[in-house]
Each structure stands twice: as C-alpha cells, then as structure tokens.
Design a protein around this ligand. Sequence first.
Ligand code: GDP
Ligand code: MG
Length: 172
Amino acid sequence: MRSGDSYQVMLIGDSAVGKTCLLVRFKDNTFLSGSFISTVGIDFRNKVVNVDGTKVKLQIWDTAGQERFRSVTHAYYRDANALLLLYDVTNKASFDNIRAWLAEINEYAQDDVVIMLLGNKSDMTSERLVRREDGERLAKEYGTAFMETSAKTGLNVELAFMAIARDLKSRK
Ligand code: GDP
Ligand code: MG
C-alpha cells in the first residue's frame, strides 16, 4: 500500500446512542456492553484503512461524556474532516435531536465536512421506534449519506467508516 493522508473523524449524537461502542467495534471488532469505558468514553483511536491500494489514516474522536450536556466544544467541530452523526433507532428523542446536531454542525464545522447519518442499534428489532425510511428521508433532506448500523452485531460498521474514508480521499 502507498502511504496516503490522515483525517480526523468525529463521532457525535446524543448520549447512549452507541458512539463509543461503534468506535470499539470498528477498531477492535468487539462489543462493549454497559462497561465503564462505555460510560466515560475514550478519547480517540487511529485506524489505517486501505482505499484502492492507498493507506488512509483515520483518527477517530469519541465525545467523552460532553454530549450529555450538549457542550461538545466548538474546536472539536472545527478540526473535523468528517462527522459520523448517530441516533439510536430505539430512542425517538435521539432521532428528533438530529436536527439540532445538524444546526450545530452547520454553525461550527468546516464547510466541506463529510457527514454521514447513522441509525445505530438496528439489531434491536422489537424495540425499534424509528423506521429506516425516516432516517433515509432526513438524510436526503440534508444531503448526507445514511446507513443503519449495529455496534453489537457489527452490521455496516466497517462499511460506514470505509465509505467515509473513500469520500475523504476522493475529495482532495
Ligand atoms: P455513547 O454514549 O453514545 O457512547 O453510547 P455507548 O457506546 O456507551 O452505548 C450505550 C449503550 O448502548 C451501552 O449499554 C451499549 O452496550 C449499548 N449499545 C451500543 N450500541 C449498540 C448496538 O448497536 N446494539 C445494541 N443492542 N446495544 C448497543
Ligand atoms: Mg460514549
């Protein structure tokens, strides 16, 4: 692999939607349930992925508890090349709050930031309260990519990060 570029990817969204678990799933291919690390969050993890024979380094930042008070620092947005914006398909409020998160992104993030909307916990079929179509419609309205994921089963996790890496690489 040739050595390519490095990008900052930030995970945002309401508390408990699965940001930390998604990062751990992508980085270590494991699932954390209800553990300490999941509560406090982690700072960031690097992962190098291969996009068409070029190494792309992703530095993936977790929001370590600040999201509880909606006080994600503005500097955090400013440095982001990509944002993974999560809601929980079993938590309607987390979906309704996506518009507020997008307003913040619009205010503080770089104009060319790559955004992907993710409906996480899609494995919880009987508890689901947000339909896939609702997620798709919202993403379409804001012109962002969209996927449903599960940090628990791993569904679409690799795919989401690879799509981001591919998009970042193609934009430069
Ligand atoms: P964060 O606050 O957004 O970082 O959320 P966490 O990653 O700490 O996850 C919150 C809770 O949801 C934890 O108990 C996780 O085990 C659980 N969780 C996270 N992702 C999933 C998922 O995809 N499926 C299921 N069933 N549970 C999940
Ligand atoms: Mg967390």
